[in-house]
Design a protein around this ligand. Structure first.
Ligand code: FDA
Length: 503
């Protein structure tokens, strides 16, 4: 049945009986909007038409999350979980269904990072940002690092749930490859660690996408070793400077470079910007680049040496920021000025030079955005596709992230450009299925039916997008879902449906 507004009043009452009232914000609370927008990144999902939660809970203790799940189950009100709010489709705090009555559990207060130096591990709360994680582990030890993404305000909770692609993945893998334990509240309100949840559920939460299997409160991660000094560079090449030839060659070179070196590329306008992080010194980087991609003409004048932590503070800014590490990694200032839409692809066979010429012509068009190309290979090739739900391992050359930006109401040229360009790119990227990355969430590739009129999400209906994100891991994810949440309580537009007997 569809939860009514009456049940949402009872839901609030239930929450207020079990959770300190200052942690529960109903729509009529004076701070409701402030709390709602505190981590919204995309103003597209904060309009009058946006379907907003009936309340937000900001737990400061695991027991509050358990209480919220029990109230939600009892009163038939679904919960969405938010950690850093960076979901590209806003699924952590808004619904695409106009009739959905739901609450949000916002984990921003559960963000402690506690480091065990002798084990070289840390427990990190889902509400921490990856910038906070980086800072906590490496501020006093320049040789400790963690593989995760490149924007410091991303939340650990959603990021780890989907994988965690970043600058040291070719050496150390994705974030999920270094998660060794976790604490989760399941659909029955039970608090479980790895031993309690069992290996199937522990497998599913490391890459199966957020919002499907429960509320992950914290993660135990294995930290990794890096040299005290790393080297970065950033070199732009225009068409006249040979961008197309270098990019064409990069497609095979990037994924086969030594795993200490990550050379990613941003294409925007008529330029390709090559950005590198090398876990080593400038002189050996110059010699590697001279052997592998001499066309880039990289010299020691391009090198910038720094700690890994400093490089993490730079990596989201084309390696060019000038602020302090603390400003870059710890700021949580809300920023809601830029509207975006993202999509993703994986490339398994290098795209031809002629095709790159056509691709560059797209970047001269009105509404054009950017693409970021991140090479796989190295450690990524060593992980079997079924070891975690993230299946895009051996054989993948690189992942493409497409992003368009706009301000105010002027989104049509950008979104039209993206849709057409993405169609065009279909000829050049992975096929059957056309792979996509769940952390670059994209509802265009399919979604569960709206939660009305007894609609259920089925394994079959989810295949359209599920097999693109997870390939053959989709079926195991759906089986785990059936075992741990058979009534599909944790459900959203792209949650994994339960593979029930006979469905
Ligand atoms: P958010 O809180 O919106 O959650 C995302 C999804 O996970 C939602 O469905 C939510 O319900 C669910 N969820 C959140 N917390 C949960 C929890 N504790 N338990 C269970 N489910 C939970 N990715 C990448 O791999 N590498 C990168 O470099 C980048 N860079 C990047 C830059 C920018 C500007 C953006 C906006 C995004 C990225 N991403 C990325 C994508 C990012 O990894 C992805 O959006 C993550 O899901 C964001 O996690 P948050 O916790 O911030 O999102």
């Amino acid at each position: 049945s569809v939860p009514s507004l009456a049940s949402s009043d009872e839901f609030l009452q239930c929450l207020r009986e079990k959770i300190p009232s200052e942690l529960v914000y109903g729509q009529s609370s004076s701070n409701f909007t402030d709390v709602l927008v505190s981590s919204i990144k995309n103003p597209k999902f904060f309009t009058n038409a946006t379907v907003k939660p009936v309340c937000i809970v900001t737990p400061s203790d695991a027991s509050h999350v358990q209480a919220a799940v029990l109230c939600g189950r009892k009163l038939n009100v679904r919960l969405r979980v938010r950690s850093g709010g960076h979901d590209y489709e806003g699924l952590s705090y808004r619904s695409a269904c106009p009739y959905e009555v739901f609450g949000v559990v916002d984990l921003a207060k559960l963000r402690a990072v506690s480091v065990n130096q002798s084990e070289s591990t840390a427990w990190v709360g889902s509400g921490a940002t990856i910038g906070e994680l980086y800072y906590a582990i490496a501020k006093n030890n320049s040789q400790v690092a963690f593989p995760a993404g490149e924007c410091p305000t991303i939340g650990v909770g959603g990021h780890f749930s989907g994988g965690g692609v970043g600058m040291i993945m070719r050496k150390h893998g994705l974030s999920i490859d270094k998660v060794v334990d976790a604490k989760l509240v399941n659909a029955n309100g039970e608090l479980l660690d790895r031993a309690g949840m069992g290996e199937d559920l522990f497998w599913a939460i490391r890459g199966g996408g957020g919002g499907s299997f429960g509320v992950v409160l914290s993660w135990k991660v294995q930290l990794v070793q890096v040299p005290p000094t790393v080297t970065v560079f950033s070199i732009g090449k225009t068409l006249e400077q040979g961008a197309i030839d270098i990019l064409t060659k990069w497609q095979d070179v990037g994924p086969s470079l030594p795993s200490d070196l990550n050379l990613k590329v941003k294409v925007q306008g008529q330029e390709a910007l090559f950005m590198a992080l090398y876990l080593g010194t400038c002189s050996s980087l110059v010699s590697t680049m001279g052997e592998q991609l001499p066309e880039l003409n990289m010299t020691s004048a391009d090198c910038r040496s720094m700690t890994w932590l400093e490089s993490a503070a730079l990596s989201f800014t084309d390696m060019s920021s000038t602020g302090t590490v603390e400003d870059a990694l710890l700021s949580r200032a809300p920023s809601m000025s830029i509207f975006t839409k993202g999509k993703s692809d994986y490339v398994r066979r290098a795209i031809s030079k002629d095709a790159w010429k056509s691709i560059f012509s797209w970047f001269a068009m009105n509404g054009s955005g950017l693409i970021m190309l991140e090479p796989h290979g190295g450690f990524m090739d060593t992980v079997p596709a079924a070891a975690t739900p993230y299946p895009h391992r051996c054989g993948v050359l690189y992942v493409i992230q497409y992003i368009v930006f706009w301000q105010g109401d002027g989104g049509a040229p950008a979104t039209t450009w993206l849709a057409k360009f993405y169609d065009f790119m279909g000829h050049h990227v992975s096929k059957k299925p056309r792979q996509a990355y769940v952390n670059f969430r994209d509802l265009d590739i399919g979604q569960n039916p709206a939660v009305v009129d007894g609609n259920v999400s089925t394994f079959e209906s989810g295949k359209a997008w599920g097999e693109r994100y997870f390939m053959s891991n989709y079926q195991r994810l759906a089986s785990v879902k059936a075992a741990v949440d058979p009534t599909d309580y944790f459900r959203n537009e792209q949650s994994v449906p339960p593979l029930l007997h006979g469905s």
